[in-house]
Design a binder for this molecule. Sequence first.
Ligand code: 5GP
Length: 183
Amino acid sequence: MTTPGKLIVLTGPSGVGKGTIVRELLARHDQLFLSISATTRQPRTGEVDGKDYFFKSRAEFEAMIAAKELLEWAEYAGNYYGTPLPPVAAQTTQGNSVLLEIEVVGANSVKHIFPDALRIFILPPSFEVLEKRLQGRGTDSEEVIAKRLTRAKEELELSEEFDYQIVNDDLEAAIAEIEAAIF
Ligand code: 5GP
């Protein structure tokens, strides 16, 4: 019988660099798979349905919740985000490890369904650095950035609930710490 793969949850506030870390981990480790989330947020320029996210209407997303198709979900800055359960279950039963890159409330709730999940919180070196990163990436309006920063303050208070807290000051150092936790 195949040993079930691990479920690895990477969380932390928007702008902390989760996306970059995930891209690097996937490029370096063939045995890791990324879960593609569903969301009701509008696609950003260049984002592809089924690759970056499964883009859904609110009604479609609520139908997924009702059908219990989501491993976890949360509302974030006015939109729903959630992890479709069937692909995660299929990969882990085949012995592959799956990465979830999700916000803090959903990440915290994963432990109820997958108690063995490895839950990692990525911290910014400081709140000011987070603010600068969100403003500098130019993907969101001032209003959206303000919402994300308010949420970030609440999220940072929950970091202690996670198995690991890793500061993303130096990208390579952060990746090395995450690899040590996973492998
Ligand atoms: P963005 O709009 O920047 O793509 O994502 C906003 C936030 O939602 C990020 O913190 C991201 O990690 C989180 N997120 C993405 N997918 C999911 C998901 O499936 N579930 C939850 N709970 N959060 C998600």
